[in-house]
Every structure is written in structure tokens, then in C-alpha cells.
Design a binder for this molecule. Structure first.
Ligand code: NAD
Length: 289
């Protein structure tokens, strides 16, 4: 018993020492964020919210034009800079973080948001579809996370990594096996990296949206038409259709996803890592009729 007690005391002394070394989260007004896919939709809303809370933001998007427009809209070089990046490329991802260091001296909040949706039945899904979907969302978010961890570890004061995954990472829907499998990969990266990066004070969390139709390039670019056909409704009615199937009977907008990112990174949830927050007005929380 004495040995066990001695062990217990030593163990907790070590744990306490670890906690004391643990960096404290900083207020958003002192932070620099890099948001992938921030040229449109959900990413743009996240970037806008983070700037509104005082952070400086790197708008990292494949589409140079929309990225530049968002950076301009957010106040220009003092608050937001645009970096053109294809997240599937190791070199370009490293380049985006280098650009962030140049513009704002570092990065301590990174949002893995870039994505596309190839929405097809299994029989029509090609190897190219599968590979592209996974290259952008599974490999892309891994590359961004790896670079984020490298930078944050070197800075030595921790940080936040947030994945915009999806309800589809957990729940099944028809006709998008490649997309949903890549989202499930992202969701597991959240758990794995929360476990690996916790000691460095880097918190890793996920947000799982669903049905963000308005403002979403993914929906406008074909997914909306496909979904509408699946449900047998007109595409213009899709937002309302999604709202009606939620528990709250509310449409989910990009701003609501941004609210969740703020909740996770704004300084209150200091002891939360490895969590997924659904932002779906209550779809994932209940069986659908
Ligand atoms: P969106 O098309 O408006 O935004 C996606 C952005 O990602 C675009 O600006 C696009 O240029 C960028 N992008 C695409 N490929 C890229 C690449 N290789 N490198 C860098 N940037 C790239 O779509 P959105 O609806 O705002 O979606 C944002 C994220 O939210 C995606 O990951 C999506 O899967 C996820 N999501 C959306 C919904 C929804 O209902 N809209 C639901 C669940 C999850």
C-alpha cells in the first residue's frame, strides 16, 4: 500500500508539473488564424468572425480571386492577407504557412475547411472522383495539420486546430460515398491529433455542419441539384427542405458554423480537445423520419 501511495504521489506531481508547463490559450485579439477555403461560404464566414473578434487572418484558398476579395473585404493587409494554395500540395501548404509568418509573425489558430463535394451514387463514382475527394479533404487537411503542428510547436505556446468535417463523417446519406468517407477520415484525424498534440497545448476539435445551402459554393456547384434530385424537390426549395427536417426547424447558415469555431477557440473551452460539435439544427441528434 505504501508503495502504491508513493507511486500515486509521484505520478500526480509529474502530472501537475506537466500542467504548469501547458500553455494557456490567448485571447483572439492577439492571435493569427489561417483558414483554408476561406474564399467562399463557411470559410469566409469563419474568417469574418475571427477578424471581428480581433484576430488577424490568412485567407488560404485555391481560388486566388475570391481569396483576394475576402481579404480585402476583411480590412486588407493589416487584418487579412490572401494566400493562393492548393491544400493537396505539400510545397504549397508549407508556402502558405511561410506567407503567414511573413505577414503576421506566425500562426496559432488553423481551420481545415477547404473542400469539394463529388456527389454520386456508388456505381458512378470513379477512381478519379475518389482520389480527388480524398486528396483535398483527407490528405489536404493532414498536410495543413502537420505544418500547423510544426509551426505551433516551434512557437511554444500551443494553439488551436479546427476541422470543418460534416454530419456525413458520422451518419450515412445516399449518393456521396467518396465525400463521406473523406469526411470520416477528417473526423478521425481530429481524435488522433488531439491525442498526439495535447502535450504541446495544441487543441484539436471538429465542427460537423449539415445543410448549409445559402452561400455555399459546394451546393451552388452541382451538389444542390444532385441533392434536390435525390429528395425529389426543386433546388430553390432545398434550404427550406433542410430546415424542415431539423429538430429546430431552422436553416443553418455559414455564420452558425463560424459561431461554433468561435466557441471552440474564443478562450472559454480551455479544457476541450478531440470534440466534434454538430451545427445542424438537430439532425445528427435524432433519427430522421
Ligand atoms: P464552398 O465551395 O463555398 O467553399 C469551399 C472553398 O474551398 C472554396 O473557396 C474553394 O475554392 C476551396 N477549395 C476547394 N479545393 C481547394 C484546394 N484544393 N485547396 C484550397 N482550397 C480549396 O463550400 P462550403 O459549403 O463553404 O464548404 C466548406 C467546408 O464545409 C467543406 O469542407 C465542406 O465539405 C464542409 N461542409 C459543408 C456543408 C454544407 O452544408 N455546405 C456541410 C458539411 C460540411
Amino acid at each position: 500500500i505504501e508503495e502504491a501511495e508513493k507511486f500515486r504521489i509521484e505520478y500526480w506531481a509529474l502530472e501537475e508539473a506537466k500542467l504548469r508547463r501547458m500553455p494557456k490559450p490567448k485571447p483572439l485579439a492577439t492571435r493569427v488564424a489561417l483558414v483554408t477555403g476561406a474564399g467562399s461560404g463557411i470559410g469566409r464566414a469563419i474568417a469574418r468572425r475571427l477578424v471581428a473578434e480581433g484576430a488577424c487572418v490568412v485567407v488560404a484558398d485555391l481560388d486566388a480571386k475570391s481569396g483576394a476579395a475576402v481579404a480585402e473585404e476583411l480590412g486588407g493587409p493589416d487584418r487579412a492577407v490572401a494566400v493562393t494554395v492548393d491544400v493537396t500540395s505539400e510545397e504549397q501548404v508549407a508556402g502558405a504557412f511561410a506567407a503567414a509568418a511573413l505577414a503576421f509573425g506566425g500562426v496559432d489558430l488553423v481551420v481545415n475547411n477547404a473542400g469539394i463535394s463529388i456527389s454520386k451514387p456508388l456505381a458512378d463514382t470513379t477512381v478519379r472522383d475518389w482520389d480527388l475527394q480524398h486528396a483535398i479533404m483527407a490528405r489536404g487537411s493532414f498536410l495543413v495539420a502537420r505544418e500547423a503542428a510544426r509551426v505551433m510547436r516551434a512557437q511554444g505556446f500551443g494553439g488551436d486546430l479546427v476541422y470543418i468535417a460534416s454530419k456525413n463523417a458520422v451518419f450515412a446519406g445516399p449518393n456521396n460515398v467518396a465525400y463521406s468517407a473523406a469526411k470520416a477520415d477528417q473526423a478521425h484525424q481530429v481524435r488522433l491529433l488531439a491525442a498526439e498534440l495535447g502535450e504541446d497545448g495544441i487543441r484539436v476539435n471538429g465542427v460537423n455542419p449539415d445543410g448549409v445551402v445559402r452561400g455555399s459554393g459546394i451546393f451552388a456547384g452541382g451538389w444542390g441539384a444532385q441533392r434536390a434530385a435525390t429528395y425529389g424537390i426543386e433546388e430553390e426549395k432545398l434550404g427550406e427542405f433542410y430546415a424542415q427536417r431539423t429538430l429546430l426547424k431552422r436553416e443553418v447558415l455559414p455564420e452558425h458554423v463560424a459561431n461554433a469555431v468561435f466557441a471552440l477557440t474564443g478562450g472559454e473551452l480551455t479544457h476541450t480537445t478531440g470534440l466534434h460539435i454538430p451545427v445542424d439544427a438537430g439532425v445528427a441528434g435524432a433519427f430522421l423520419r
